[in-house]
Design a protein around this ligand. Sequence first.
Ligand SMILES: Nc1ncnc2c1ncn2[C@@H]1O[C@H](COP(=O)(O)OP(=O)(O)OP(=O)(O)O)[C@@H](O)[C@H]1O
Ligand SMILES: [Mg+2]
Length: 256
Amino acid sequence: MTTTPVAGRTTTVAARATDLSKIYGQGETQVVALDRVSVEFRQAEFTAIMGPSGSGKSTLMHCVAGLDTFSSGSVRIGDTELGSLKDKQLTKLRRDKIGFIFQAFNLLPTLTALENITLPMDIAGRKPDKQWLDTVIQMVGLRDRLSHRPSQLSGGQQQRVAVARALASRPDIIFGDEPTGNLDSRSGAEVLGFLRNSVRELGQTVVMVTHDPVAAAYADRVVFLADGRIVDEVYGPTADSVLDRMKRFDAKGRTS
Ligand SMILES: Nc1ncnc2c1ncn2[C@@H]1O[C@H](COP(=O)(O)OP(=O)(O)OP(=O)(O)O)[C@@H](O)[C@H]1O
Ligand SMILES: [Mg+2]
């Protein structure tokens, strides 16, 4: 795996985008969704991505996660260059190395919580590591709900199933696009606390898009996007410092 020195220590890079551009359409209708973005996501680090609506957050996440193609530049997950992969290899990489948590939980209604959690591994024909699965279930606090179907669970519980599903296969990196966007603040705090624990205690790497400064404060760093570019980065964010930074966007326009 690639390593890079950060502030005197050596860390492993879980994913990296270099000069990444994504352009939709042509001529007058052309939209530059990402404009030569370079960013690293280090192992065992929790990164939040913030920025105004339309600034390219989802596009960046989808391109780095191999869910979307890009126009130029490169993306690496670990040591693997995504551009060099054929469709089948990309599908396998997504399945084996990446976990996803979406705003809509994407649970299958006919399966129990436990079956939903292990579904990606079942599809891949992989046996879940029992001890690990147990750790994950314990951490999300779903032990007494494992045989419930999604319709029998609260929104927060469903989202915790989605979080457990993303963690269960021990992916190299987890991407969440507004994973707490549909939750009340208490359930949201539970899910965020759990994500942070998975980083601190289990060494998981998490990248999360959010509009919420309180959610961003759970992360180790916040990357700010505006008009398809990274315009700032904050380490050790607090809700206040994030809010302050967002206000400056409004005062100075999007390219401060
Ligand atoms: N399929 C598409 N065709 C054309 N333009 C697109 C397409 N998908 C996204 N865009 C444009 O790319 C830009 C970035 O979109 P993106 O979804 O990444 O924004 P975002 O930061 O996630 O916004 P939000 O906070 O509203 O979710 C936007 O201007 C959007 O209109
Ligand atoms: Mg989005």
